[in-house]
Design a protein around this ligand. Structure first.
Ligand code: ADP
Ligand code: XUL
Length: 517
């Protein structure tokens, strides 16, 4: 058996797999808000932070780890686990003093993780990915490197508020003494991996690329980015490594306390998005994952470290080797819900039957699909922009509005993923809106490739379990064939007669976007 853990914003999840039967044998979660209410973080972070700060208590993640293993030990026989891997919400950083490595190596089972490790924290809280407080630090790092294009070329992203480098700089500026006492900086992923392995283990390329510190071409820390971020930073980070590298045996703490076998090994942990790429079976170039959640995300494997010249997309390491993109479209379901509610509709108006009534107008009416501020491309909301027939522009025909919104969303996605230069051969669709046949068909038509719907609720934890099995020598593509399967009857083919109209619409959409910058 192989165990995958995912420490996400709101919960810690375990997925246990048996590669021989191709089955998930156990799935369990600890919900930070519901199970650990004394951290007063109902959604996994401390509410009401000043100036855009969003922090979480790293002790909550440790207590969740003890609780999860206590539950797992009851639910399953942990002595059968051969290897453990994991993932964490990306960008979150944990600050520890020089005693951490000793403490983590000397954990005793008569006490818990929180009591034994809390004295090593040099910063009580950890900034997480929702934090937007580092605008000044991003500007300083960008200026030191000579501009955004250079930061992006080296690290795969412009300097971004939530990324760990700018967050480290903010800590250094606000509390230089505590920064100086910090001997180790971990990400959420490498922090938990270190606890599992009983020693500090490296950050992997997948999660490391979310720091604005990793040089993608060299796959090592970038000395200029380190220098622009904070002094003596190199000494606080271990050299980064590939996710599937084994770090050694599991800490005796977990053997003695929860019955894991002494021979069980621990692989590096990665970020939740890289782990999801694995769990969605999309680690080879040509496969794309589109997740239609609150926001929409587009992620895909890439052979080389190519970066977005416009700086909207991010590049992370692919746990299977090579790289991946991650592009986030903030409007996603938020915009679909806004239009639905504005027109007094329900989701049936977005379904296939409803959309066939407007098929003859495909690609002719254009909408900039932003009902709130957008990040890809950066666009302040000033009201919907419509261009097309008089009936469409009058806003009275609800069906035309719905088609134009969805077309606008996926044309925007196609346009802003072109920089990757990878031909999309197959799309794996997931997230709440993916069950809608009309929306799924439109994705197939606009990208002109088949769309498979995959219903995996814990794709990051599953991906981590697959990484654990791959690190132990199992063949990853074969594992993905067994575990990442499309729901029967859930594959949709593109309508080839829409290829030409949507090529033209892509050009027109870009022109409309450019005219409204
Ligand atoms: P999250 O990003 O919060 O994990 P989910 O992937 O669970 O989001 O997706 C939730 C979203 O799915 C809801 O906000 C809702 O707008 C959308 N959704 C649910 N059912 C449908 C449907 N039938 N058609 C379109 N959208 C839907
Ligand atoms: C990615 C990002 C989030 C976090 C939390 O850049 O900020 O997806 O990984 O899931």
């Amino acid at each position: 058996m192989f165990l995958g853990l995912d420490s996400s914003t709101q919960s810690l999840t375990a997925v246990l797999i048996d590669p021989d039967s191709g089955k998930i044998t156990c799935q369990l979660s600890v919900n930070f808000g519901a199970d650990l209410p004394h951290y007063q973080s109902p959604s996994g972070f401390i509410p009401g932070g000043p100036d855009g700060e969003v922090h979480a208590n790293p002790l909550m993640w440790l207590e969740a780890l003890d609780l999860l293993f206590a539950r797992l030990a009851v639910a399953t026989d942990l002595s059968k686990v051969k290897c453990i891997a994991g993932s964490g919400q990306q960008h979150g950083s944990v600050y520890l003093d020089g005693t951490f490595d000793e403490r983590v190596a000397g954990l005793v089972i008569s006490n818990n993780l929180v009591a034994q490790l809390s004295p090593a924290l040099t910063r009580k809280t950890a900034p997480i990915w929702m934090d937007t407080s580092t605008g000044a630090e991003c500007a300083e790092i960008t200026a030191a490197l000579g501009g955004s294009a250079e930061v992006c070329r080296r690290s795969g992203s412009n300097a971004i508020e939530r990324f760990s480098g700018p967050q480290i700089r903010r800590f250094y500026k606000s509390d230089p003494d505590a920064y100086q006492r910090t001997g180790r900086i971990h990400l959420v992923s490498s922090f938990l991996a270190s606890v599992m392995a009983g020693k500090s283990v490296p950050i992997d390329f997948g999660d490391g690329a979310g720091m604005n510190l990793l040089n993608l071409a060299k796959l090592g820390w970038d000395t200029d980015l380190l220098a622009a971020t904070a002094p003596d930073l190199a000494g606080k980070l271990l050299p980064p490594a590939l996710a599937t590298t084994i770090q050694g045996n599991v800490s005796p703490y977990f053997v003695g306390k929860y019955g894991i076998a002494e021979s069980c090994r621990v692989a590096l942990f990665t970020g939740d998005n890289p782990a999801s790429l694995v769990g969605m079976g999309a680690t080879t170039p040509g496969n794309v994952v589109i997740s239609l959640g609150t926001s929409d995300t587009f992620f895909a494997a890439m052979p080389g470290p190519k970066t977005d010249p416009n700086g909207f997309g991010h590049v992370f390491g692919n746990p299977a080797g090579g790289f991946m993109s991650l592009i986030c479209f903030r409007n996603g379901s938020l915009a679909r819900e806004a239009l639905r509610d504005k027109l007094g509709l329900d989701w049936s108006a977005f379904d296939r039957d409803a959309l066939t009534t407007t098929l003859e107008s495909a690609g002719q009416n254009l909408m900039l699909p932003f009902f709130g501020p957008e990040i890809t491309p950066r666009h302040d909301f000033t009201g919907p922009v419509l261009k097309g027939s008089a009936e469409f522009e009058s806003g009275t025909n609800a069906a035309l509005q719905v088609r134009a919104l969805l077309e606008g969303q996926f044309l925007n996605m196609r346009l802003h993923s072109q920089w990757m230069g990878v031909k999309t051969e197959k799309i794996r669709l997931t997230g709440g809106a993916s069950k809608n046949d009309g929306i799924a068909q439109l994705v197939a038509d606009i990208f002109q490739c088949p769309v498979e719907r995959i219903d995996v609720s814990n794709s990051a934890a599953l991906g981590a379990a697959l990484i654990a099995a791959a690190a132990d020598g199992h063949d990853l593509p074969a594992l993905q064939d067994a575990f990442c399967v499309a729901a029967p009857g859930a594959t949709l083919q593109p309508n080839p007669s829409l290829a030409v109209p949507y090529e033209k619409a892509l050009v027109d959409f870009k022109a409309l976007l450019d005219a409204n910058r």
